[in-house]
Structure formats: C-alpha cells, structure tokens
Design a protein around this ligand. Structure first.
Ligand code: NDP
Length: 401
C-alpha cells in the first residue's frame, strides 16, 4: 500500500494518474500536483470511483517541493512535468528521502541539449541515501530500453546493431500541432542527428538521413534519423556496434517546421517585443493547440519498436520487437491520445516495479539495467501488448523516399 505523488498535469500526467488509479492495491493514495491546480482538478474529476488529491506546486522551486513532499509523505515521486524540472525534483527527493522516477532526461532551459550526465552525477548521493531514481520510464526512452534488454536476455548472445523506430501515424485534423510539449518536440527534431557506430558518435544535419519503412498495421512511412536520449544510456550499458534512432514525420509537419525555422519561431533566445521579453518558441506554443486537447480528435495508431541484429549460438539472429497503440482506444480509457498513453502507462509500470520491490535498488538507474521480464509482462497486462518476431530487414537497404 503506497501513497504516490505525481508531478505534472499534462497529457502524460493524465495517463499516469488514470493508470495508477486502476491499481488501488499498489497505489493506495494518489496525489497529483502541478503548476496549474485547475488542470489537476480536471484530471481528478475524470477518474470515477477514486478520490485523487491535488495540489499546486512550482517544481522549479526545491523548497516548495520539499514542503509539499513533507506534507504528503509519499513513498515515491513520479515526475512527468518537463525535463527542466528533473534536477530540482531529484534534489527535493534527496532532501526528503523519497524515491524518484521520470520519463525524460534533464535539459537546461537555455540550451537545447539533453544528456544524462547531469542526472548520472546524482548516482552516489542516491546510493548513499538508500534511495532510487529510475530514469526514462516512458516509451522511448523506457519501453524501447526494456525491449533491447529483453532481446539480449532471450534472443542474443551478442547484439550487433539496433535501430529504434518510432512512428506516430495519428491524425488530429490540424495542419500543425505536436502530440507532446511543443517546446520539447521542436528542440528535439531541430537538433543535429547523431548515432553510435563502431565506438564513435557520428553527427548528421537535422533530418539529413531518411528511409521508408513499412510499419506493421500502419504502412510505409518516411522516417528520419534523430538523436534520442536512450541511445546514450543503451550504448553505455549494452555492448553494440551500431545504434540509431528513427522517427517518422508527415509532409505537413515538415512543411510547417521549415516555415517555423525560416521565421525564427523555433528560437529559444529571449527577445524584446513591444516592451516585453518573449521567447519565440514559447510564443509559438501559446498560438498552437495544447497537446492535451488533441485527445478527442486523434485517430490512427502509433508503432514504436526495435529492430535488432546479432548472434545467438554462433549463428546470425534478428528480431523486431514492437508495440502498436490505437489513439482512440487510449482516449476511451484515459481521456488522452496514444503518445501520452504510451508514455504514461510505462511510467506507472516503472513505479509499480519499484513499489513492489522487483526493481528497487539504491542509486540512479536506466531501464535496461533491470530484469526486463516483469516489466514486459506488465506491458501486456496494462495496455501495451508487444510483438516479438524474426526480422531480416536491414534498414540501410530500405529506399530513401
Ligand atoms: P505537457 O506539456 O502536456 O505537460 C507538462 C506538465 O508539467 C504541464 O501540466 C505543466 O503545467 C507542468 N509543469 C511545467 N513546468 C512546471 C513547473 N515548473 N512546476 C510544476 N508543473 C510544471 O507535457 P507532456 O505531458 O506531453 O510530457 C510530460 C513529460 O513526458 C515531458 O518531460 C516529456 O518530455 C516526457 N515525454 C516522454 C516520452 C517518452 O516516451 N519517454 C514521450 C513524450 C513525453 P502547466 O500546464 O501549468 O504549464
């Protein structure tokens, strides 16, 4: 029986709250806190048959967080606010002696750069305090890390290459909107691409490398090589020759993105506008639909998975492990679209792994460092069933367009 504190009442926070509420024996008391109290109350009102406690907190402010945590006395904090708040929430967890979980690695607000180094630096402090921090318990990072750990445990003696493929074929009917926080999304896709090859990092221009892949239950989609945070932790923890991350983008998204960049609306540099300081990217965010409002409009599916090549018993082996998630089914269950669902459900499962003691270990950990089996079983039980099939596709042989 455990009281949990969820921080961040966005799309992902909504799903985490709904999913935790479905398991009263594990999550006996649920608190949802965020910057805007009305968003917490809205989510609480959607959940029938369970009372969700809500609170207002500025998660950039460690002392405010410490006061809230001391009042609530949760067993753990599930951080689904923005990556900017990771360190302040980790600091507050250390100060109050509480376990921590998040779904995205820390990013400084004034520099579009995400790396694990800031959070890995907390390793000794969490260990010494007997506390656990589980990093990146979403889908990618998160489930994709667990897929690869599962493949290594059950299908390979040695992994040679991994391609992580992320396709969102959802249609929300708007010419341009992002399925999760716009600022984080644009910062991610406009950054240089980067992949791991023969022990080195190879940098590419944004969207420079593309392939067309025929996604099961979706069809052919053009995907682009991006840098994604799980590649950093996975290549540290699992020996591999090559690892790449690919994400699909539609024509309309790309056309709008090009215009946004040409106009400078993707800039995170503060500027003066009519006597006020504004950040162009935050101004753009205010103009566009709130990702949380896309839920009832989004149709179609997501397909996220890993193609893995390697060796088993001296012979070449290849697997494709993937999940397909339907936006409309996600919405029916949690009032949120599939991108929030595929992130929030694994956050709940990661928290469950810690609270049940299956994964609990003092220190700062990434998902691939634990036994993947109980997590994989819970994915099936809690809404994200997966496929695990032989696959001999070499991404390099696929057409560019
Ligand atoms: P949203 O923007 O929808 O929600 C973020 C929430 O955090 C908002 O409710 C916001 O409050 C709140 N928040 C922001 N700043 C603060 C603060 N200083 N104090 C308290 N609350 C704050 O984002 P998502 O729900 O889409 O994403 C949540 C997290 O999940 C992000 O870190 C994102 O990067 C991550 N993610 C991970 C994925 C994965 O697969 N691993 C995939 C998708 C997302 P307000 O509304 O009042 O501003």
């Amino acid at each position: 029986m455990s009281r949990v504190l969820i921080i961040g009442a966005g799309g992902v926070g909504r799903v985490v709250t709904h999913k935790c509420a479905q398991l009263p024996t594990i999550f006996s008391e649920i608190w949802l806190a965020s910057r805007t109290l009305s968003k917490c109350n809205q989510i609480a009102s959607e959940i029938k048959g369970r009372s969700i406690h809500t609170a207002k907190v500025d998660a950039d402010d460690v002392s405010e967080l410490v006061t809230l945590i001391r009042t609530i006395e949760p067993k753990m904090v599930i951080n689904v606010a923005l990556p900017y708040q990771d360190l302040s929430i980790m600091d507050a967890c250390l100060e109050t002696g509480i376990d921590y979980l998040d779904t995205a690695n820390y990013e400084p607000r004034d520099e579009a750069k995400f790396e694990y180094k800031w959070q890995w630096a907390y390793q000794q402090r969490f260990k010494d305090a007997g506390l656990m921090a589980l990093l990146g318990s979403g889908f990618d990072p998160g489930v994709t890390n667990v897929f690869i750990a599962y493949a290594l445990k059950h299908h390979f003696d040695q992994i040679d290459s991994v391609d992580i493929l992320d396709c969102n074929a959802g249609d929300h009917g708007y010419p341009f909107a992002t399925n999760f926080n716009l600022e984080i999304n644009i910062r991610e896709v406009t950054a240089n691409g980067r992949y791991f090859d023969e022990g080195k990092w190879i940098e590419t221009q944004p969207m420079e490398i593309s392939r067309v892949f025929d996604f099961p239950e979706i069809g052919p989609r053009k995907m682009f090589l991006l840098y994604h945070e799980e590649v950093e932790s996975l290549t540290k923890h699992i020996p591999v020759r090559q690892m790449r991350f690919w994400m699909t983008f539609g024509e309309s998204y790309l056309k709008h993105l090009e215009v946004i960049q040409n106009l400078g609306l993707d800039s995170i540099e503060p500027m003066e506008f009519q006597g006020q300081q504004i950040i162009p990217l935050q101004f753009l965010k205010a103009l566009l639909p709130d990702p949380a409002s896309l839920g009832p409009r989004t149709k179609g599916k997501t397909n996220i998975g890993c193609i893995i090549h390697g060796v088993k018993d001296g012979k070449p082996a290849s697997r494709y492990i993937y999940n397909i998630c339907d936006h409309e089914i996600s919405y029916k269950e949690t009032c949120a679209q599939g991108v929030s669902y595929t992130t929030g459900a694994p956050a709940m499962i990661g928290a469950k792994m810690i609270l049940e003691g299956k994964w609990r270990q003092p220190g700062v950990w990434n998902m691939e460092q634990f036994d993947p089996d109980p997590f994989m079983q819970d994915l099936i039980r809690y809404g994200l069933p997966w496929h695990d099939v032989a696959c001999h596709i070499d991404i390099d042989d696929l057409p560019v367009s």
